[in-house]
Write a new protein. Structure first.
Length: 385
């Protein structure tokens, strides 16, 4: 059964939204007398002092038994794609169970035997390929299979748009778990409702007992600047805003400036024809120990100073494809990975065919319109756009 603590239209403090995890009267009420597992990371902070939710709940006497760690780890210091090992949290002594170690993305019965309810409180960035929403999916399945309650403490979507190709059948992966567009225009709480309502869980016919603790004082379209970087390579608002457009480059031969102090804020390739701006990716432990084009001078563009309206733009990919001579094999260094990020092979084929952005966008519209109709059924917050 799905239940939701519905939001109001005004922030309690008159200035910023109240996160679901900050609604302690609701959250603690759901957890009293229960053994609790937390799915949290560096973004799971509450209040003006930005205290971690784990520490807050422990101070309130909540019986937290286990922490489940997603990509980048519980404290958020592991680099992208690195396996996260089980361990004990040095500050609390609690066991930390990895949900990102090899192919292990879901806790089994043994890992869940000491918990009654799991709380998911992680800041998403609103893109299909950001892996925290896939982690949420697998946890919802595990809770359904093992009769555990699943609580989502909701947070804003900083890339709150609906845009991009919808993931098609045959392109399922950990960066494309759901048939939704690149920018899905939902909070994690709303997406959890969609996952449940659309029957996307593979839970042997069992239904996840889902509760969403919604925010106060946030509506769709409201700007929101993240107080904590959501992962090591998204260090600031510019990187978060550009991420939906630049992540496609991870399937190409073009560097997104991993291995610098400004990842996802520059583009480069080891050839002067790529541009005038120069940077050299270096191993940076905790960020990227083996960045693309490591120790090579990359030429390209610096995007730190540009004004970007947000959303999804193809101009960067189309521009660099032309800069590198429209050589399909040279540009699409990992074509399958590019397709998984896009959720389809159509985008890559459209780029190779020489289609412009307007033509490519037109090809998405029918599927996007169908998705928008589904999305409306799961909105917890006003959307007047």
């Amino acid at each position: 059964m799905q239940t939701c603590a519905l939001p109001s239209t005004k922030a309690q403090d008159g200035s910023r939204p109240t996160m679901g995890a900050e609604r302690m009267d609701v959250l603690v009420g759901l957890l009293e007398g229960r053994r609790v597992g937390l799915v949290v990371n560096r973004t799971s902070v509450v209040g003006e002092q930005q205290t971690h939710l784990l520490d807050t709940l422990l101070a309130l006497g909540v019986d937290v038994r286990t922490v489940f760690a997603p990509e980048h780890g519980f404290r958020g210091s592991d680099e992208a794609g690195a396996a996260v090992a089980d361990h004990r949290d040095a500050q609390t002594g609690l066991p930390v169970v990895s949900l990102y170690s090899g192919t292990n993305h879901s806790p089994d019965a043994a890992r869940l035997k000491d918990v009654d309810v799991i709380v998911f409180d992680i800041q998403d960035v609103g893109t299909r390929f950001y892996t925290y929403i896939s982690t949420m999916h697998y946890l919802m399945e595990a809770c359904a299979l093992h009769d555990k309650r699943f609580v989502v403490a909701d947070r804003p979507n900083p890339n709150d748009y609906v845009d991009g190709p919808v993931r098609r059948a045959g392109f399922e992966s950990f960066v494309g778990k759901h048939p939704i567009p690149v920018l899905h225009g939902l909070t994690v709480g709303e997406l959890a409702g969609m996952i449940l309502g659309e029957g996307w869980l593979d839970a042997q016919g069992k239904r996840c007992d889902l509760t969403v603790v919604a925010m106060l004082g946030w509506n769709h379209g409201d700007a929101y600047r993240l107080p904590v970087p959501p992962s090591p390579n998204l260090p600031d608002a510019q990187a978060v805003g550009l991420y939906p457009s630049l992540c496609f480059f991870e399937g190409t031969s073009v560097s997104v400036a991993r291995g610098t102090a400004f990842p996802f804020q520059a583009l480069g390739y080891p050839d002067k024809k790529a541009g005038d701006y120069v940077f050299t990716p270096k191993p940076l432990p905790g960020f990227d120990s083996n960045p693309q084009h490591k120790d090579k001078r990359c030429y390209g563009v610096d995007l730190r100073g540009i004004t970007f309206e947000g959303g999804l733009s193809l101009r960067f990919v189309l521009d660099f494809y032309r800069r590198l001579g429209s050589d399909e094999k040279a540009f699409f260094a990992r074509p399958r990975w590019f397709d998984l990020l896009a959720g389809t092979d159509a985008l890559r084929k459209q780029i190779v065919a020489g289609m412009d952005e307007d033509e490519i966008r037109a090809s998405w519209q029918a599927e996007l319109n169908d998705y928008k109709k589904i999305r409306r059924r799961y909105l917890l917050y006003n959307d007047s756009r």
